[in-house]
Design a protein around this ligand. Structure first.
Ligand SMILES: [Zn+2]
Length: 234
């Protein structure tokens, strides 16, 4: 297995990675992602507003039944008062009525607050909905630009991929698998050994036994620190 072949492969692969990064970091990609996130955020807000509205509606329904209850109680007292009562009983009923009328006041205030909350929520909901539509329209626009951007580079990308596949036939399978595994997180994978003891990838000193192995004609060794493959051209 010659390290040269693997390095040549890496060189071609780096061109592919460069192309990938170009696409990933392109303006349409950034804008597309930004507007997708914005649309998602608006929809999350709308969903939580739906929940709030539902809670508000529950309160309205609850208040309505409380009001009916109060009305019933007042009616009952009114019936009692219509009958013959002594002063003590009248005083008791009048106190009861006072309490109930206070409860009615409170309920009315709460209902007014609820109505205001509902109308505020409706306004905010409408605004958020408009925002969501706008973000989504931008997302669609930039997604299309992004797709065109990718399409423009598809020819070049395919050519590089074909070249890589052709080269892979000549490479050591096991080493290629290791390369691909490391490639997912660290690039480049193959890094030169810098004398007397430095990994060309992470810049850390490597242990003496690794250096010994590199010197013993075994041309490649894994860096114990960063996991890249160090090669020794000497
Ligand atoms: Zn390293």
């Amino acid at each position: 297995m010659s390290v040269e072949k693997m390095l040549k492969y890496q060189e071609v692969d780096m061109r592919y990675i460069k192309l990938e990064n170009e696409v990933k970091n392109s303006e349409p990609a950034k804008k597309k992602n930004m507007y997708r996130a914005a649309t998602q955020k608006s929809f999350d807000t709308l969903t939580s507003m739906d929940d709030a509205t539902k809670n508000n509606m529950d309160t309205v329904v609850k208040n309505k039944s409380k009001l009916e209850q109060l009305d019933k109680q007042i009616d009952e007292i009114a019936t009692e008062i219509a009958e013959e009562n002594d002063d003590k009983q009248l005083e008791y009923y009048s106190k009861q009525l006072e309490k109930l009328s206070q409860s009615l006041d409170d309920m009315e205030k709460e209902t007014a607050r609820g109505n205001k909350d509902m109308s505020d929520a409706k306004f905010k909901y409408g605004k958020e909905w408009e925002q969501a539509k706008k973000s989504n329209a931008y997302y669609i626009k930039y997604n299309e630009e992004y797709n065109n951007f990718v399409k423009d580079r598809a020819g070049e990308a395919n050519a590089i991929r074909k070249q890589l596949v052709a080269m892979e036939a000549e490479l050591d399978r096991e080493l290629l698998d290791r390369y691909k595994k490391i490639r997912a997180s660290k690039r480049p994978v193959f890094v030169p050994f810098h004398k007397p003891n430095i990994c060309g990838g992470c810049g850390m000193e490597v242990a003496q036994d690794v250096i010994n192995k590199l010197g013993e004609g075994r041309k490649i060794q894994e860096c114990p620190n960063c996991g890249r493959i160090i090669y020794n051209k000497d």
